[in-house]
Ligand binder design. Structure first.
Ligand code: SAM
Length: 330
């Protein structure tokens, strides 16, 4: 992996006595709430009136970068946990579901992906999954916060293993600017592994960003972006679907999967292709289960993704189907 920017940020160790006390949680709005001593509760205006809690054994890292609060704690039942601005980004126990699905849903839908761009994804988990595809020749990742990269390498080596692949180039910067500068048609696939639209990721959910993604993709190229929860964020999903229908003239689909430690226990993905060779996301043509498609010596084997769950991911409950497909008509 080559690094385009080297700016080592100071890393603070946890303050004395915080290990077993109440864990203050911060959300994008910066308000702090203390909760049951020894538990972390995920309180955010993105899911009012509810909060998922994890029992904390020990806080391992707490820091503040130029962009967000960064925390790592050892949980009692989900392994180590990465938290940004009070929102769980990944846990060792269930990160496989998200990283594998956000990566293999797009890459298994096109033949021989060669050049892939990851926006966000600073923990390295998506890189680990992209690296499984032997057809891939070059992987760019643009992550805004170097502290996330450094913290992930220190505390989540099985996730950050993706950075060890020689095909990876790390760009530390804003994904919006990176895509604006990307040459037209330069990528087969773009994967937007962003945090929620509060804080540095806000613009990654807006129309101009999707337009720059479409420009950077080749004809028949694909994008997969983190697309929130059908239980909590149908209003956000509606806007994303409307924008994507206007911008991507290939196919536009919504898929979802289960991740126990994400709010409401599910997370969705927007999958779009640009005009060009047809892409049928629901029927994978480039099965990663097939050993010959896999690069040798990569991280742990697949734990979650398979072809059946790929196709099943596009089956939606009626309340979501009605909204998403209606947005497809007009
Ligand atoms: N799986 C998580 C989820 O679904 O919320 C996302 C994990 S990943 C850690 C999210 C990354 O997006 C963070 O490292 C954050 O720093 C990065 N990010 C947020 N806004 C960004 C931007 N404008 N450009 C590049 N990276 C960004």
């Amino acid at each position: 992996m080559t690094e385009q920017t080297v700016a080592d940020l100071p890393m603070k160790k946890p303050r004395e006595g915080e290990e077993n006390g109440a864990i203050a949680t911060a959300n994008g709005g910066g308000c702090i709430s203390s909760v049951i001593p020894g538990w972390f509760s995920e309180i955010s205006p993105m899911w009012p009136g509810e909060a998922h809690s994890l029992k904390v054994e020990k806080i391992l890292f707490q820091g503040k970068s130029d962009y967000q609060d960064v925390m790592v704690f050892q949980s009692a039942t989900y392994g180590k946990v990465l938290v940004l601005d009070g929102v769980i980004q990944l846990t060792e126990r269930d990160e496989c579901a998200y990283q594998e699905m956000i990566t293999h849903l797009p890459l298994c839908s096109i033949p021989n992906p060669k050049k892939v761009l990851v926006i966000g994804g600073g923990d390295g988990g998506v890189l680990r999954e992209v690296a499984r595809h032997s057809s891939v020749e070059h992987i760019d990742i643009c992550e805004i916060d170097k502290m996330v990269v450094d913290v992930s390498k220190e505390y989540f080596p099985d996730v950050a293993v993706g950075y060890e692949d020689p095909r990876v180039t790390l760009h530390v910067g804003d994904g919006v600017a990176f895509l604006k500068a990307a040459p037209e048609g330069s990528y087969d696939a773009v994967i937007v592994d962003s945090s929620d639209p509060i804080g540095p990721a806000q613009e990654l959910f807006e129309k101009p960003f999707f337009e720059s993604v479409a420009k950077a993709l080749r004809p028949g190229g694909v994008v997969c972006t983190q697309a929130e929860s059908i239980w909590l964020h149908m209003h956000i999903i509606e806007d994303i679907v409307v924008n994507c229908r206007q911008i991507f003239k290939g196919s536009v689909n919504y898929a979802w999967t289960t991740v126990p430690t994400y709010p409401s226990g599910v997370i969705g993905f927007m999958l779009c292709s640009t005009e060009g060779p047809e892409v049928d996301f629901k029927n994978p043509i480039n099965p990663i289960d097939a050993i010959e498609n896999q690069t040798k010596s990569i991280g742990p084997s697949l734990k979650f993704y398979n072809q059946e769950i790929h196709s099943a991911a596009f089956c939606l409950p009626s309340f979501a189907k009605k909204v998403i497909e209606a947005k497809s008509v007009n």
